[in-house]
Write a protein that binds this ligand. Structure first.
Ligand code: LMR
Length: 330
């Protein structure tokens, strides 16, 4: 009797005591497709550093840059399957889940990154962080890269110069239609395949930020880069909703406040990082930078702006108007 009571007491003690010994840190795998020395790459590493300082032993962050774990073709599925816990895909890659984010792809909608940031602080834009809840995707923040430039194997000074070329694009209907307006072909392709496709001549042009052009050495395969600043490349930091909600509340709120802090840093440094990479591209001397006069840039705007009307229906007039308000100059 005494022995069995002791047995029960010991096993109860063991049951209570066990979790304290066995508790493993929560592991967050953060996968992305760009280099470490980019706005997103740096953001992911800063997030890891702050989490490991402030939630030591409770949360461990593993960062996988440059499509080394998952790439454009499979990362969103991997998030939904719980194989990865955080991503920050470009807003051009969510079309399968929501059409509203297409607003960010509209060319010449935002004058500059400051206008993009202003929009991202507005309620309409904050609401879009929850636009994929039905698919179990939880939007945590917007991180910016920068404004996109157009590159090609020939000089693109006027919209007609792009005619007949094939451009690598992100998987976005808006960007696809943008090149359609230029009588060019758009080829949707994962980011990691871009350099090779340019080298092989499968495509002759592309659009991206200085940061992505420089860090992926796209300038080594593109003799001309036209400084159009025609559109924005921005990201949504996301997690799997079920995973996020499964974490203890204090951990979750601490992570969210770290993300807020990192977001401020990423968005503060993004423009400078792009300018630094632009200088590297100039110093490399592989590509010639084509500067546009205000009148030349206006011609690109005129060629591309019909997309605003074309996509207003699927984006939603309310979302489009909210974005336009930040650009009162036009
Ligand atoms: C691209 O595919 O060009 C970009 O979305 C890559 C990135 O994540 O910046």
């Amino acid at each position: 009797m005494y022995q069995s009571l002791l047995g029960v007491a010991l096993s109860a003690l063991f049951l209570v005591a066990q979790p304290a010994f066995a508790e493993e840190p929560i592991v967050i795998k953060f996968s992305h497709v760009v280099a470490d020395e980019t706005p997103k790459g740096r953001g992911a590493l800063l997030f890891k550093k702050l989490v490991e300082e402030r939630l030591a032993g409770q949360v461990k962050v593993e960062v996988f840059p440059n499509s080394t774990l998952f790439g454009d073709a499979d990362e969103l599925q991997a998030l939904q399957d719980g194989k990865v816990q955080m991503l920050a895909p470009s807003l051009s890659k969510f079309e399968g889940y929501t059409k509203q984010l297409e607003v960010f792809d509209l060319p010449f909608l935002f004058d500059d990154l400051e206008a993009v940031k202003r929009f991202q602080k507005r309620d309409k834009s904050r609401e879009l962080l929850h636009s994929m809840a039905r698919s179990g995707i939880y939007g945590l923040a917007y991180w910016n890269n920068g404004m996109k430039q157009l590159s090609a194997n020939r000089e693109l000074r006027a919209p007609a110069d792009a005619k007949g070329l094939a451009f690598r694009i992100q998987p976005s209907s808006v960007i696809n239609a943008q090149f359609g307006l230029l009588d060019a072909t758009a080829v949707k392709m994962p980011f990691a395949e871009t350099l090779k496709a340019l080298q092989d001549g499968k495509v002759q042009g592309t659009e991206n930020t200085w940061s992505n052009i420089g860090s992926q050495k796209l300038d080594s395969a593109q003799p001309f880069i036209t400084e159009t600043n025609h559109g924005v490349l921005s990201y949504m930091v996301i997690s799997n909703q079920k995973f996020w909600n499964s974490m203890p509340y204090p951990v979750r709120t601490q992570l969210e406040s770290i993300i807020e802090e990192v977001t401020v840093e990423v968005n503060k440094d993004a423009e400078a990082l792009n300018q630094k990479e632009r200088e590297h591209v100039v110093a490399n001397g592989k590509a010639r930078i084509v500067a546009l006069s205000p009148a030349e840039r206006e011609a690109w705007r005129t060629a591309m702006q019909p997309l605003w009307k074309q996509f207003e229906g699927e984006i939603g007039t309310d979302v489009l108007r909210a974005a336009q308000v930040v650009n009162r100059k036009h």
